[in-house]
Write a protein that binds this ligand. Structure first.
Ligand SMILES: [Zn+2]
Length: 499
């Protein structure tokens, strides 16, 4: 009984996975086919050799929508997925960089029941001169993703179309993003224009011989049928298929058996089968970015603005503090510090419990004060940072630091005595000393910490032995600062303004 139900669940999940696997990109327009035929002819006549003599840097804007349960597409996953995308596009000399991330905190935009929600979002949120990529849930319409060909889709020119990605298909190791990006840069499916009726005379034929007419055979038509590429084999499968087994048998108008190429990202073979773009596909994507004088293929506006300079990231960070499983820190006020990774402009700071992500926060510095509420008192945690910059997202996370979460701020604090600590003045003129009245806590060893609004620890010292401590804040820039005074069961928060 148990075996049967387990098998049933496995079958169901398999069906579900297949049901969700499709791509929802609309069939190409006649204008797109005209564009492909025009540049394809020029290419095959030798007028337009593909040269990967320059790297084309393409900006990505990632739109991340909050789900109804409050979850979001993981930033850590996104960094790896961009890195993987770049590996896949490296032979094409196309490099994607992280222009920006836009968080959309409207859960009603997460689950899509039609294409309308996506169109509405692209109209509203698309930024000009970048590739707009949305991370939502398309499971209800059975899709992994969809994209718009050049000059189609919502939004005006310079910001039209984009990619709509379903989060379950946007995980590490998936190829949907590379596939949809191919559409965005003008590539049809190899089975487009053929799979409706593979044996029709106007569907793409298996033969590649333009003089293959003996015995009434139809010669090659790859230049004007199917995906218009002659170096992608004729394909007739418009449902997901596994390269592990034999594809279904189907014959073209000549009675030749199709042998579709499962290695192409643009085919519908399963993700693990695909690993390349063909040369003509690469030539087309590069022409779409570089322009060939027609508007149809034009996504030139993506590469007109040069990518901001970035240094290579040559080494990882090392965690500094906390880094001991016995170190107990406040569960809602914890200070983290790590070493700089050369070349990194940002760090993805992550707190994990049993290897599961609890928090992930992008930090532009090498320290961070965590003031959230997700840590459980008494639980063991690890943490790490992942250095990155807009051009390089392939550095893995640093080695883990360890700590244990203690009580949170406000519980088990010697409240009355903490309240008795005074802080004055709170508006400091240049040269004025900050005074801390400790009253009867003068003989306890207390920790004084000062943080700026970015959560950077600016100053720390031990207070001991004086009922009124005087602290110089000389050299500090103007602005608002957080003060924290802590000790055995003592916790006092305050704010001061340096004028
Ligand atoms: Zn597709």
């Amino acid at each position: 009984m148990k075996k049967i139900s387990l098998l049933f669940v496995l079958l169901l999940s398999q069906l579900f996975a297949f049901a969700q696997d499709r791509c929802g990109t609309e069939p190409p327009t006649k204008a797109l086919y005209d564009y492909l035929e025009q540049i394809g002819d020029a290419y095959r006549n030798g007028h337009h050799r593909v040269r990967i003599d320059s790297v084309l840097d393409v900006p990505l804007k990632m739109h991340i929508v909050t789900s109804p349960s409050g979850s979001k597409y993981s930033y850590n996953t996104m960094l790896t997925v961009i890195c993987e995308l770049n590996t896949k596009y490296q032979p094409a000399g196309i490099r994607f960089y992280l222009h920006s991330v836009n968080y959309i905190a409207d859960p009603s935009l997460y689950t899509h029941f039609s294409f309308q929600t996506g169109s509405q979002m692209m109209e509203q949120f698309n930024e000009a001169r970048v590739v707009n990529v949305y991370f939502v849930d398309l499971g209800s319409i059975g899709l992994c993703g969809y994209a718009f060909f050049p000059n189609t889709g919502p939004g005006s020119f310079l910001r039209n179309g984009g990619l709509m990605m379903s989060v379950p298909c946007s995980q590490i190791g998936n190829t949907t993003l590379a596939h949809e990006m191919g559409h965005y840069l003008a590539l049809p499916h190899p089975f487009d224009d053929t799979s409706n009726d593979p044996s029709s005379p106007i569907s793409e034929r298996v033969t590649r011989n333009p003089f293959d007419t003996v015995g009434g055979r139809f010669p090659a038509n790859c230049t004007w049928a199917g995906d218009r590429f002659c170096d992608t084999r004729a394909d007739f499968i418009s449902t997901r298929w596994s390269c592990a087994g034999n594809p279904p048998v189907q014959l073209d108008v000549n009675g030749d058996q199709f042998d579709p190429d499962e290695t192409l990202y643009m085919s519908y073979s399963l993700d693990q089968c695909a690993n390349r773009f063909s040369e003509e596909q690469i030539m087309t994507m590069r022409t779409t970015l570089l322009g060939n004088g027609t508007t149809q293929g034009s996504r030139q506006y993506l590469i007109i603005t040069p990518m901001p300079a970035a240094d290579p990231i040559t080494a990882n960070s090392t965690v500094i503090e906390p880094n001991n499983p016995n170190t107990i820190i406040n569960s809602d006020w914890a200070f983290f510090k790590w070493t700089k990774a050369p070349g990194a402009s940002q760090y993805l700071f992550r707190i994990l419990r049993n290897g599961q992500m609890v928090e992930e926060i992008v930090v532009a510095d090498t320290q961070y004060v965590y003031t959230g509420f997700r840590l459980t008192s008494g639980a063991a945690y690890t943490w790490n940072v992942r250095p990155f910059n807009h051009a390089y997202t392939c550095m893995p996370a640093s080695a883990n630091g360890q700590f244990r979460a203690g009580q949170n701020f406000g519980t088990s604090v010697r409240q009355l005595e903490s309240d008795a600590i005074s802080l004055y003045p709170t508006l400091l003129e240049e040269g004025q000393l900050l005074q801390i009245g400790l009253d009867n806590l003068a003989e306890e060893s207390l920790q004084f910490e000062l943080y700026d609004l970015q959560g950077r620890r600016i100053k720390e010292m031990t207070l001991f032995g004086e009922t009124v401590q005087r602290i110089s804040l000389e050299g500090l820039s103007q602005g608002l600062y957080q003060v924290r005074i802590s000790g055995d069961g003592i916790l006092k928060h305050g704010r001061i303004v340096k004028q």
